[in-house]
Design a protein around this ligand. Structure first.
Ligand SMILES: Nc1ncnc2c1ncn2[C@@H]1O[C@H](COP(=O)(O)OP(=O)(O)OP(=O)(O)O)[C@@H](O)[C@H]1O
Ligand SMILES: [Mg+2]
Ligand SMILES: [Zn+2]
Ligand SMILES: [Zn+2]
Length: 634
């Protein structure tokens, strides 16, 4: 319990923004000492992302920790977004364009924007991300706008502080009337961005294009006060409360941008291009904000095909957000979403999410063009696994041979919906991979959106995944049996090592009982080595390597632990499974187990529960499933 109190205290401390209020006279020294305070929107967001840490992956690509907790497997798209922000932060023309995300449904577009918004809010609460604003400005504008033009060059040369933008009509009026042209007297305060409080972060959702009013973007005349000020061009008679006004210095999200009426798009264009908002009767109002929009692919294509929209197209940076194509990252997505779903007592059997993920990723992959590369192999390769006959270097070529990979297929949301639907069936306490494959199949058979050829393709993929799962299920059962085989494994290992030693020393083995001399058993050694694909030409190297390890352990006075050698471990286990296959088969398949078999079965279930995160229910299901598999083999 103390733990949560400590965490809340820490949180409070971190987010207790030191309140600051003063005049522009007080503020100026702050900026001069800390020029990042003068930063513009894109630069602030870029710094915010970097502040979480960056790491280089083995190909030298930057990976940003900021995204890592919520977004999985789409590093390329994320890198493009960051690249845009970086260029914009450095003042390049890129910043004058709208960032447009497009991709299939549920590919994480909204999630990405939400992350940026929440990240930016939190960042403005830290010292590094502090933002100061003119206190009585409806657009919380940059106090440096008070600096008259002739002095700006000086500030740039002496302090490296670049200022762009003019006071908004309201601030200009206040300066004249309230502060008597004395910029020193203008009040400044530290602000915190908050979408909820409509500060620094805006969102625009298109509704009916005909009736939606542009005041949602740029504010409107305040009819109640216009009489009091006598003129529509008095800023006091205007409400600067459009999404673009409030998002000044931060960011604005444009949801389903291409659904919006053209009038809105052109306002956006001026904003990004000229950094101006055309509002009411006023001359243009300076605004500094990061515009991020998203759309689905169908609308995006229509837009691209439309000649009339060319001007707009030129002013956008398009970032494709395809689905994730890594099976292991897909599992992370499901884990994240299921955690939110609060499953209570329900158990999700091992490999359940992995199996769903394989299916989802396979549905998104294009048929490989390289000879010998199957769809399943491609999936493994993308996921960083070893695949016979291909190397990681090949991924580049494989990807170059695709057209729109990741833009079609099954979405994470579809999978999660199917998993949920199988979880809420009455009397369900646990779901396993077979349940999920069935639920997926039911899903695309009843789901109207899939064409017949899609359904046929998915059927085949389900069968592929099922074969993958069969192998996994079998291995789990064998491994569980293995615990009771452990001492047999050691005997087998000793035996193998004896033969290897004799072989390497070119000696004969002496039978400890009969004292007869024998040649090393080449057949036994090869049988083990072939389990992990050691070729005939590589056997000497393999044996030498193993033996060096054994000798090293002996010198330290240890016994060689074969489990530290992955390949040898796998080889020994596989060999043993092969030798014991009939025992396993007999034990799991028998209808009336004898007491000895029963004990063994209980042991196996027990091991599955203790070591592999099965519950009793799915462990028993697994045994049943594997027994049916084994029964089908001859
Ligand atoms: N690569 C990913 N990593 C983590 N979560 C993801 C990923 N892709 C999708 N999701 C999750 O799937 C769900 C749907 O994603 P989101 O709503 O962001 O999609 P979208 O691209 O905005 O879709 P739409 O076009 O339907 O609005 C979210 O909960 C999101 O977190
Ligand atoms: Mg969305
Ligand atoms: Zn202002
Ligand atoms: Zn279970």
């Amino acid at each position: 319990m103390n733990d949560i109190f400590r965490k809340i205290d820490e949180h409070n401390k971190k987010h207790q923004v030191s309140h600051w209020e003063g005049t522009f006279r007080d503020y100026l020294p702050l900026v001069l000492e800390q020029p990042p305070l003068a930063q513009l929107a894109h630069a602030r967001i870029y710094d915010m992302i970097r502040s979480y840490g960056v790491e280089l992956d083995d190909q030298g690509h930057e990976r940003f920790h900021f995204f890592a907790r919520e977004l999985f497997g789409i590093d390329e798209a994320l890198a493009k977004v960051v690249e845009y922000l970086k260029a914009a932060a450095m003042g390049s023309e890129v910043g004058k364009r709208i960032l447009m995300l497009y991709g299939p449904p549920s590919s994480g577009k909204s999630q990405l924007v939400i992350l940026l918004k929440r990240g930016l809010e939190a960042y403005t609460q830290t010292e590094a991300g502090a933002v100061y604003a003119i206190a009585d400005c409806p657009q919380h504008e940059n106090p440096l706008h008070l600096i008259p033009h002739p002095l700006r060059q000086d500030l740039l040369e002496t302090y490296g502080i670049h200022i762009e933008g003019e006071l908004c009509p309201m601030c200009a009026l206040h300066l004249r009337q309230t502060y008597d042209h004395d910029i020193y007297r203008v009040p400044v305060e530290r602000i915190v961005f908050s979408e909820k409080d409509r500060t620094g972060i805006g969102t625009f959702v298109p509704s009916d294009p005909k009736s939606q009013d542009i005041s949602e973007l740029v504010g409107s005349l305040d009819l109640a006060t216009v009489g009091a000020y006598g003129s529509e061009s008095d800023p006091r008679a205007y409400r600067f409360d459009g999404e673009l006004n409030i998002a000044n210095r931060g960011m604005i999200e444009f949801i389903e941008m291409l659904k919006a009426d053209e009038r809105f798009l052109y306002i956006l264009l001026t904003l990004t291009q000229e950094k101006n908002i055309k509002t009411g009767r006023f001359s243009l109002i300076y605004a500094d904000e990061f515009v991020i929009a998203h759309t689905n692919e169908a609308e995006f294509k229509e837009f691209l095909a439309d000649k009339k929209s060319e001007a707009l197209q030129d002013r956008m940076i398009m970032v494709q957000m395809p689905y994730n194509l890594k099976a292991s990252a897909e599992v992370q997505i499901y884990e994240k979403l299921l955690k939110r779903a609060n499953l209570g007592q329900l158990h999700v059997a091992p490999h359940t999410l992995a199996v769903a993920a394989m299916f989802a990723v396979l549905s998104r992959l294009e048929e490989p063009k390289l000879a010998g590369l199957t769809l399943v192999k491609k999936m493994r390769l993308y996921d960083g696994q070893e695949v016979e006959g291909f190397r990681h270097k090949d991924i580049k070529l494989i990807k170059a041979q695709t057209e729109r990979e990741g833009m079609d297929g099954i979405s994470p949301r579809f999978v999660i919906n199917r998993i949920s639907s199988s979880l809420i069936r009455p009397n369900t306490r646990c779901i396993n991979p077979i349940d999920v494959l069935r639920a997926l199949k039911d899903g695309f058979e009843t789901h109207g959106a899939f064409k017949r050829e899609d359904r046929e393709k998915f059927d085949h993929l389900i069968a592929d995944v099922r074969r993958e799962y069969d192998e996994i299920a079998r291995t789990d059962v064998q491994k569980a049996f293995f615990v009771s085989f452990e001492h047999e494994a050691l005997t087998l290992l000793d035996n193998y090592l004896d033969h290897v030693e004799a072989y390497l020393d070119d000696k004969k083995l002496v039978d400890p009982v009969t004292e007869e001399e024998r040649e090393p058993d080449e057949k036994l050694m090869r049988s083990i080595e072939e389990k992990v694909k050691v070729p005939e030409s590589g056997k000497d190297a393999f044996r030498n390597e193993i033996f060096r390890k054994v000798a090293m352990a002996q010198r330290r006075g240890d016994r060689f632990d074969y489990t530290t050698h992955d390949k040898l471990k796998e080889a020994i286990e596989k060999q043993l499974f092969e030798e014991r296959r009939d025992t396993i088969k007999l034990t799991v398949s028998t209808r009336n187990p004898d007491p000895d078999q029963l004990r063994k079965l209980n042991d196996v279930v027990d091991t599955l529960v203790r070591k592999e995160a099965y519950c009793a229910e799915c462990a028993n299901e697994l045994l049943k499933y594997v027994s049916s598999l084994l029964a089908r083999e001859k």
